[in-house]
Design a protein around this ligand. Structure first.
Ligand SMILES: [Zn+2]
Ligand SMILES: [Zn+2]
Length: 165
């Protein structure tokens, strides 16, 4: 498959648009992850929140330059960016590690998720190949069906902890 050099996305009302371009300094296609923590569930109103991990420099234009973009600090130093007109959940960042941001996959345009290259682009974006966060918060027989990825992590008191099998 020839993965495109850039993919596009935006919020539901269309006032926030973005393009994510390939970078030599970050995996391409981007690393795909999922989180089943209760905060991501509430924020996305979905049982599984999926996102791709990119460098801020890969995003154009930057989210913070867009008129309807707003951030909610859901934990100290953890910011969830959304469209204040339509409510779309777009991006997560942490001031602990400002090098990457998580762009929520449902905001990528349908063209890439469904149609391009007979769905192969959507498969490359959507199959978790990195970390799955909070798999122990899965609903048995429902949201644990999407496994994959390299590791299962959750955040403990002293930082990231691996899921105990
Ligand atoms: Zn919007
Ligand atoms: Zn989460």
């Amino acid at each position: 498959m020839a993965f495109p050099n850039a993919i596009t996305g935006g919020c539901l009302c269309g006032s926030i648009r973005y393009s994510i371009s390939a970078s030599g300094e970050s995996p391409w296609p981007p690393q795909s992850s999922a989180c089943q923590c209760t905060m991501c569930r509430k924020w996305t109103s979905s049982l599984i929140a999926q996102f791709i991990i990119v460098l801020p420099a890969q995003l154009s234009p930057p989210f913070h330059t867009q008129e309807t973009f707003e951030e909610y600090e859901s934990s100290p130093g953890r910011y969830r960016g959304f469209c204040k007109r339509c409510g779309t959940s777009l991006v997560w960042r942490s001031t602990d590690d400002g090098s990457t941001v998580d762009v929520f996959l449902g905001t990528v345009d349908e063209r890439w998720l469904v149609h391009e290259d007979e769905g192969k682009v959507g498969q490359a974006l959507g199959r978790p190949n990195g970390t799955q966060f909070w798999m122990e918060n899965a609903i048995p027989g429902v949201t644990d069906l999407m496994k994959g990825g390299k590791e299962f992590l959750r955040e403990g008191e002293d930082g990231w902890e691996r899921k105990k099998e």
